[in-house]
Design a protein around this ligand. Structure first.
Ligand SMILES: C[S@@+](CC[C@H](N)C(=O)[O-])C[C@H]1O[C@@H](n2cnc3c(N)ncnc32)[C@H](O)[C@@H]1O
Length: 432
């Protein structure tokens, strides 16, 4: 490959934005490849295949016997939802997400609303309006549930509330407006809402007012870089992919680390409050030596995926939203049996004949696969604090809801509470 490696130009996802065909005869950093696969406006996954599950009517929890019956009801509504999609287009490949916002609506949104209003009243009321930005609003359900709650329970705050969505997907931005139209208070809400169709990474407006910034189930799709280490010298090498004239992918590693990945490594080294894992320190030296002494052993360690786009997201928050307070939730863990190999590695999956099919590399046909990462919340907290200078709190999904939700509304007959027990692998980080 050495001739192609030398001759093919290095391109970024930004360079490929206006292309309608997937690139060939190029090389790209892993994060640029992932970004292009997910977000290219013509063939990217978000442009074409993103559908978020909506169960029709909200679940009536007090009438559900127990957690097992709730599982069965979710499975049934999932099938019905997909049947309806198949009627529209039976050949579409799609990815279906379910999020706590959708499964536990309106109660999950109400819990977030309670958190926002309480904190607003404690620190900002009456000097400032309640300004809420939501990045990546999916079906728009959270916005609707939050506004309905504030309208019904906090009229004084409602009159001072502004809700602004920042949404990359144009079909979802349209859907968000439609979904708001279904609220009984749609006419009132219209004066309080703005839907901005753009990526957070294209944001350039300075927002000086204090605001809350919601990012629920969004950063798992933010692209990561891939590193492998030289087991002897322990120096990192950065992963790229070469796409040849036939569209085949070849992964390769380079000793030159690009400025963004290098900055991430520096920030994490300086900011980390505790020892963190890398493929180098994960195993004692003698075990690494042993592994690399074996015949046909790879000459680099296992990959490690580092959240370089999240670092850029924090740069945007601190530059353009200096007075923000973040509410971010996402997966803190993904089962290694589902992910590609490596530390902090993503799940790369598509849905085929109603089954989720996982593959073992991110270098697959661009736009057909969802690629999502777990978040190391302890590390993210350190990096966020270092970049923004703000303090944070991390809680488990269930513990956050115990504090802010009206738990009676989501309790089954037998006392089980699926809103707290589902998503056990999710956490919430808030600015304090
Ligand atoms: C998994 S959905 C979550 C939706 C919603 N927050 C929920 O919890 O139901 C991810 C959302 O983030 C949006 N998104 C992804 N990347 C984005 C970006 N860079 N800027 C703005 N929105 C983005 C997607 O289009 C989608 O609406």
């Amino acid at each position: 490959m050495s001739k192609q490696l030398k001759e093919y130009p290095r391109v970024t996802a930004q360079d490929l934005r206006h292309r309608t065909q997937r690139p060939r005869r190029v090389k790209m950093l892993t994060r640029e490849f992932i970004d292009d696969s997910l977000y290219n406006p013509n063939y990217g996954y978000f442009t074409k295949h993103a559908t978020i599950f909506n169960a029709g009517q909200p679940f009536d929890f007090p009438r559900i016997k127990d957690g097992a019956e709730f599982n069965r009801l979710v499975d049934r509504s999932y099938i019905e939802f997909e049947d309806a999609l198949d009627e529209l287009d039976p050949d579409e490949t799609r990815q279906l997400w379910h999020t706590p916002t959708e499964l536990f609506r309106p109660y999950y949104g109400e819990a977030i609303a309670r958190y926002l209003v309480t904190n607003y009243k404690m620190t900002l009321f009456p000097y400032h309006d309640l300004i809420i930005y939501e990045m990546g609003a999916g079906n728009g359900t959270l916005m609707r549930n939050i506004l309905d709650y504030i309208y019904e329970h906090e009229p004084e705050v409602y009159s001072r509330t502004q809700f602004k969505i920042i949404e990359i997907s144009s079909p979802l931005a349209d859907l968000q407006l439609t979904s708001l139209g279904r609220s009984p208070y749609a006419v009132e809400h219209m004066d309080h809402v703005q839907i901005l169709h753009r990526s957070i990474f294209d944001w350039t407006e300075y927002i000086h007012s204090p605001c809350f910034f919601l990012a629920l189930e969004v950063i798992d799709n933010f692209a990561h870089d891939c590193l492998r280490y030289d087991p002897e010298t322990e120096t990192p090498l950065q992963g790229s992919v070469l796409i040849d004239a036939d569209g085949e992918f070849f992964e390769f590693y380079d000793r030159n680390i690009d400025p963004l990945a290098a900055r991430y490594l520096r920030v994490r080294e300086l900011a980390a409050r505790s020892q963190f894992n890398t493929p180098v320190n994960q195993y004692p030296k003698f075990m690494r030596r042993l592994r690399h002494a074996l015949p046909l052993a790879p000459n680099l360690t296992q990959p490690e995926y580092i959240p370089t786009r999240s670092l850029q997201f924090f740069d945007i928050l601190t530059t353009y939203f200096p007075a923000h307070r973040l509410v971010l939730s996402d997966f803190n863990y993904l089962p290694p049996s589902d992910t590609v190999p490596g530390l902090n590695a993503p799940v790369v999956q598509t849905r085929y004949q109603r089954r989720n099919v996982q593959v073992k590399t991110p270098f697959v046909h661009q736009g057909y696969f969802d690629i999502f990462f777990p978040t190391d919340f302890a590390m993210m907290e350190d990096v966020y604090r270092a970049v923004t200078g703000k303090l944070t709190r991390v809680t488990g999904h269930g513990a956050f809801l115990q504090s802010w939700a009206d738990l009676r509304s989501t309790e089954c007959w037998n006392g089980e509470n699926p809103m707290c027990s589902w998503y056990a692998n999710a956490s919430v980080m808030t600015t304090v």
